[in-house]
Design a binder for this molecule. Structure first.
Ligand code: GUN
Length: 294
């Protein structure tokens, strides 16, 4: 069993990006600038956005954090997005999800200039991804693809089962694993809350990608021997014995499933750090693509 070490691979990617930034600086080129919009005070979102800003510092990017109150109206947020779209100094930006319930998420994502949409959530970019065109790939699926590639995990002709059909992870993941090329060329089954007898499907899987947010959902009896397991779950479980008051756990019963796996991602230290590294990668691409067209 090999651990797919997202912490190490993401550190490698950050080093590669930092080296690219050093070359840009030497050439007197613009340095990538990422902005993040955070609406409200959700604890997990605060942590994620904080990590994204720190990661920018580490690779030498410029970053801007825009914090708006929980009571922000849809119009106010759309105005902020319009300003970021027009701001020549910003290469890419993200609006951290989830948004407060008075705001229509799809409307907000549609308002982002696709050329600055480093999350890859705009329908234009999602469509381009589905059509194998060069574009921003959502950071979490992009990170999983990168992990499979760097560990040379065979995906061709394999049966990949994706659990969860979220727009951020499950849906794009199902498209990417079925694409031509490597990683890809898998036969994909996308399962969700209406799937009947999910164990019957997961026991047929060569690769399982679970993005459900249910701690310990995937148990040893639900997988076959030599399975590859990618755990995208990150649930905070309250625990007063910890300094933070919680611990982070994934969708997989790691202790038992890992015994049957060839490759498996841990939580934490698997997919999570890869997401941030790939957001940086998309921001670097945004900056490079902008330079080529202006
Ligand atoms: N919330 C959870 N994951 C993500 C992500 O990748 N991007 C944004 N913007 N919000 C998220």
């Amino acid at each position: 069993m090999t651990i797919l070490d997202g912490k190490k691979v993401s550190d490698d990617i950050k080093d590669e990006i930092a080296a690219a930034v050093a070359v840009m600086k030497e050439r007197g080129e613009r340095i990538p600038h990422l902005a993040a919009v955070l609406v409200g005070n959700d604890g997990a979102s605060l942590t994620y956005v904080g990590s994204k800003v720190r990661a920018c510092e580490r690779v030498g990017f410029r970053s801007t954090l825009i914090r708006l109150p929980n009571t922000t109206s849809e119009i106010e947020l759309l105005k902020e997005i319009d300003e970021l779209n027009k701001d020549e100094d910003i290469d890419g930006f993200i609006v951290q999800l989830p948004l407060p319930k008075q705001i229509d998420t799809q409307k907000v994502l549609m308002a982002i200039d696709p050329d600055k949409d480093v999350d890859g959530f705009h329908p234009t970019n999602f469509g381009k991804m589905a059509l194998d065109m060069t574009t921003f790939i959502p950071a979490t699926p992009f990170g999983i693809i990168e992990l499979l590639e760097r560990y040379n995990v065979e995906t061709k002709g394999k049966h990949t089962v994706v659990i969860g059909r979220s727009h951020i992870v499950g849906r794009p993941m199902s498209i990417l694993m079925g694409r031509r090329g490597f990683p890809g060329n898998s036969t994909v089954t996308l399962t969700h809350s209406h799937t009947k007898n999910i164990s019957q499907i997961t026991t047929q899987a060569d690769i399982i990608i679970t993005a459900l947010g249910v701690p310990g959902f995937l148990k040893a009896e639900m997988v076959k021997d030599d399975v590859v397991v990618i755990d995208v779950g990150i649930t905070r479980v309250p625990d007063e014995t910890r300094k933070r008051g919680y611990y982070i756990t994934g969708d997989v019963d790691f202790e038992n499933v890992s015994k049957k796996s060839t490759y498996i991602t841990p939580v934490p230290g698997g997919v999570g750090p890869m997401t941030i590294a790939m957001l940086l990668k998309n921001t670097l691409l945004a900056c490079e693509w902008r330079r080529q067209t202006t």
